[in-house]
Design a protein around this ligand. Sequence first.
Ligand SMILES: Nc1ncnc2c1ncn2[C@@H]1O[C@H](COP(=O)(O)OP(=O)(O)OP(=O)(O)O)[C@@H](O)[C@H]1O
Ligand SMILES: [Mg+2]
Length: 232
Amino acid sequence: MAYEDKSAMIRILHVHKRYGSKNALRDVTLDIFDKEFLFISGPSGAGKTTLLKLLYLGEKVTGGNIIVDGQNLSRIPRRELPFLRRKFGIIFQDFKLIPGKSVYENIALVAEAVGTRRKLIRKKVGSLLRNVGMEDRADALPRSLSGGEQQRVAVARAIAGNPKIIVADEPTGSLDPESADVIMDLLRQYRNLGATIIIATHDTQRIRSTGGRVIILREGRVESACVIPKME
Ligand SMILES: Nc1ncnc2c1ncn2[C@@H]1O[C@H](COP(=O)(O)OP(=O)(O)OP(=O)(O)O)[C@@H](O)[C@H]1O
Ligand SMILES: [Mg+2]
């Protein structure tokens, strides 16, 4: 199927983002399709992180429009912001787990926040921990885990909210290759359950081994777009 025929989960239309006098994004127009596995790449300072933040209203556009799941972000009343945020699972390069809470609690908090019934939370968190291979570490605090382990927990936490969209900013940037493979596999599996996955990364080697559509940003503009087939 041609990309043009697919339905857009996110439409980015002539978006500008300025920080003071700095143009972080300039006239970016891009459709992100439902159930797509999309990489945003390009050099440092190109605007990758900025673009991701605009999608979940971590920042506001200074021009243009972004439509997420049919909803124009410029017209979302404040009281509806939590509903927008629930569509997203967010994964950061530095994990951002809550330091004083156990692995179990970090994940359970998100499950609770999206209204998972009390009785189901234990079961759900248990099954997420098994999926990411961390069932033995439920009671551990984040600081006692390796980077790869913390990122697995961060993926489980993102998934715990059943988001339609996962946004990951350099999720494998600080990991060894093996841990990075595990993280990418987990994201692929979640995509196969029907989610849209958007990953900002410098790591072109990994894009080649994973496959997917790649958008290259440069100085705040979309420089090119291509589809890399999955290497077997
Ligand atoms: N809060 C901010 N205030 C001022 N300038 C900012 C802010 N955030 C980003 N910028 C600037 O906007 C531009 C794009 O930054 P961004 O973080 O989106 O780049 P990036 O592609 O994610 O880079 P990297 O690969 O290093 O993470 C950069 O020039 C950056 O300095
Ligand atoms: Mg960045």
